[in-house]
Write a protein that binds this ligand. Structure first.
Ligand SMILES: [Zn+2]
Length: 142
């Protein structure tokens, strides 16, 4: 199947991303992570381990990396407009990321309802292994 590209960005355009997936909208995985950070942002995460993700930071001084809890990933926010666009982590010589669905300019139609996810109780290693299985390979990291 051919990869489709979806552009995402923060509100002011300082942080841009390109998410590529061959999955039709009705097969996207939409996850409402129940951690306090994601709940505060009302974030919905999506990823495709067979897809690809690039971050393009137009104004590097505006990129805010936020780490919390086990400090295993960088959550990427814009310092000017405050938008949370997605997260990335490095592991096994590569990078893996998720996109905040709300940051995509034109998400596909027919998306399934979000599934509430709680990852409490995972060890740091289990968390990393889950992300390597489920998150999207990042070619151009932030
Ligand atoms: Zn911004």
């Amino acid at each position: 199947m051919e990869l489709q590209s979806y552009e995402g960005r923060c509100h002011c355009g300082a942080i841009v991303l390109t998410y590529r997936t061959a999955l039709p909208g009705d097969r996207w995985s939409i996850r409402a992570c129940q951690c306090t950070f994601c709940r505060l942002h009302d974030a919905l995460s999506t990823s495709d381990p067979r897809g690809g993700l690039d971050f393009a930071i137009r104004e590097p001084e505006l990129l805010q990396r936020y780490r919390f809890g086990g400090r295993t990933a960088d959550f990427l926010l814009c310092r000017r407009c405050g938008v949370y666009v997605g997260a990335q982590m490095s592991a096994g010589g590569g990078s893996f990321g998720i996109v905040n669905l709300h940051a995509l300019r034109e998400p596909p139609s027919g998306l399934p309802p979000a599934v509430a996810m709680s990852y409490e109780g995972e060890s740091a290693r289990e968390r990393q292994e889950r992300r390597m299985r489920r998150w999207t390979p990042v070619k151009q990291a932030a």
